[in-house]
Structure formats: C-alpha cells, structure tokens
Ligand binder design. Structure first.
Ligand code: UDP
Ligand code: MG
Length: 315
C-alpha cells in the first residue's frame, strides 16, 4: 500500500460520499494502490451508516473506525494514523474544503524529493472576519516567540507524510494533543504549498470562537512553560514596584511631611496584588490540571467498531 488517506469525520453524513467520489476522480489512473481510512468521531447524524454502505459498494479499500463517543479531531487524527497502512499518509478533512487532487501533488513531490518528509498545505487567503484573522496572527507570533518550535501562518492539518514521520507522531502518546505543535515538534523536513480552502460541501464548521480560543490556550500550555515564568516575573515585578513605592512614601513622610492617603493606596495595592496572585494561581492550575489528566494515562480514543477493508477480509 503506497498511500493512506486519513479522514476524521464528525457529523459528515452529507459529505462522505461526495468526498469518496472526489478522491476517486482525483486519483483516477494514478497507478498505485491507496486506501481510505475514515474515523467516525462519535457522529450523531448517521455518518457511520453512510460509511458502511460506502465500504460495501466501493472498489477502493476502505477502513472504518468508529469511536465510542466524540473525542475530538486530534484524537481522530491519532487513531487514523495508527490504523493507516500506507508508506505515505495524507491527513485530509472530510468536508471537501481541501481538494484531494492536492494530496496527489503532495505525494508526487515527496517522491521527487527524498530529502523531504512532509508536504503541508497552508491557506494563502482566508474567508474569515478581520477580528479572527488578527487573533490568529497574534497567536502564531506569540507561539513562535514563546516556544522552540516553528509555527507557519495558515498551515493546516492537510498534509502528506512519510511513514517515518507518522511513526514519530504516533510515538508521542500524550493525551493533550495539539497537532499543529506535534507536527512541528517531531522535526523532519516539511515543504509548504499554498492552497485556498473551498466552501464546506455541507453542514457547518465545528469551531466556535470560544473553541478556537480554548484550542489556542491549550496549544500554549502544551508546548511551553513560559506562562509559569511570566507569573514569576509578575511576582518579582510587583515586589520591586512595592519597594520603590515604599521608599517614595517614606521620603514623602520624612522630608516633605506629606500625608499619604491611606485608603485609596491600600485599595489599589490589594486589588493589584490579589489580581497578580490569582492570575499566577490560575496559570499554575492550568499546568497542574494538564499534569493530572496526563498522569491518569487514559486512552486517547476508544473504538466501538473497527472494520477492515473488504478486500483484505476476502483474501
Ligand atoms: N472533526 C472531527 N471531530 C470533531 C470536529 C471535527 O473529526 O470533534 C472533523 C470534521 O468532520 C472535519 C474536520 O475535522 O472532517 C475539520 O472540521 P471542520 O470542518 O469543522 O473545521 P474547519 O474546516 O472549519 O477548520
Ligand atoms: Mg472544514
């Protein structure tokens, strides 16, 4: 098997057939064996039924994984990668936003360039609001500053990797999976090609602004301990500022007989220190919570069913 196409699906009943047909059209006459790996991430709209029917009627080898509940795209990616058999693996969304023809281009590129291990697509232009674009840019800048890994603006999960890179990703068994960070952390040489995402075929995106914000925050906590250091800096800063202020008050009192207005000063100081303390505790709590969850070593996903390709069973 040369290539596995891994597709996480959450409520994509309206899309999986179209996706299959689009892949078939794009790969027609490609001359090599490839398989489709669909991961049904706890869909509630009959996605799995559609996938089963697809597996029955399609001439392509189709592997199906069905989660016991919705574990999220990151878990679906992990599951898909661990069940993919190809020497190359492509990660692609099931909603037709990412053109399958590009996956073939990625594969050809890797075959031509043995020194590279991954081809990833990034979006040049996005159909998004100015606010979101600004926040995303700020996030990437922050991540590149704070962490040792490099994040490329607009890079998506849509990529084709060599087996060695896939195995490296699978060796990272962490529960909190921030794929963008993991792809970058494992190293390997990645080539970026531009693409423009199409409109979703059917259904709606599963991302809300709040979810995006949470995702960004998780990414930071997963890949850098810089916020902990920031909390320490805030503490040192507040202590230094209070020493300076203390000197100012003493000098005012001793040399200029100025009475310092007590109530206002106290109120401001208490609020300021309380704020810094809570902020630092919060950051500490975030890391502690992540450590707690990781320490339980729970599985990244649980499957209800795994269906091997029909062709393999027959053999
Ligand atoms: N997805 C998933 N589990 C989830 C959310 C999304 O497997 O909990 C899948 C979804 O079916 C799609 C891909 O991840 O194939 C990308 O999701 P979506 O289209 O909602 O994200 P966007 O394209 O808007 O970034
Ligand atoms: Mg999408």
């Amino acid at each position: 098997m040369l290539l596995s196409l891994v597709m996480p699906c959450f409520n994509e009943a309206e899309n999986v057939d179209a996706m299959h047909d689009a892949i078939l059209a794009a790969f027609e006459g490609c001359g090599f064996a490839y398989e489709l790996v669909f991961v049904d991430d706890g869909s509630r709209d009959g996605t799995f039924g559609r996938l089963c029917a697809l597996r029955e009627r399609s001439a392509l080898p189709i592997r199906l994984l069905r989660f016991s509940r919705n574990f999220g795209k990151e878990s679906a990616i992990y599951a898909g990668l661990s069940h993919a058999k190809g020497a190359y693996v492509t990660l692609i969304d099931a909603d037709l936003q990412q053109p399958p023809a590009l996956a073939l281009e990625m594969l050809r590129h890797l075959e031509r360039h043995p020194e590279e291990d991954c081809v990833a697509a990034f979006q040049e232009r996005r159909h998004e609001g100015k606010g979101i674009v600004f926040l995303k840019k700020a996030f990437y800048r922050l991540m590149n500053r704070m962490t040792e890994i490099e994040f490329v603006q607009g890079a998506s999960d849509f990529r084709t990797m060599r087996r060695s890179m896939v195995d490296a990703i699978l060796s990272m068994g962490e529960h909190n999976r921030f794929s963008k960070g993991i792809f970058s952390w494992v190293g390997f040489r990645t080539h970026y090609i531009p693409y423009s995402a199409r409109e979703r075929n059917a259904g709606s995106t599963k991302w809300s602004t709040w979810k995006l914000f949470k995702y960004a925050f998780d990414g930071i906590v997963s890949f850098t301990t810089m916020p902990l250091r920031l909390a320490s800096f805030a503490g040192v800063g507040a202590s230094l500022a209070s020493i300076v202020y203390m000197l100012v008050v003493v000098i005012q009192k001793l040399f200029f007989q100025i009475d310092v207005p007590g109530y206002a000063t106290l109120a401001v100081l208490i609020l300021l220190l309380g704020g810094i303390e809570l902020f630092s505790l919060g950051i500490l709590g975030e890391y502690l919570a992540k450590t707690y969850v990781e320490s339980k070593r729970r599985p990244i996903y649980l499957t209800r069913e795994v269906l091997e390709p029909k062709q393999e069973k027959a053999q």
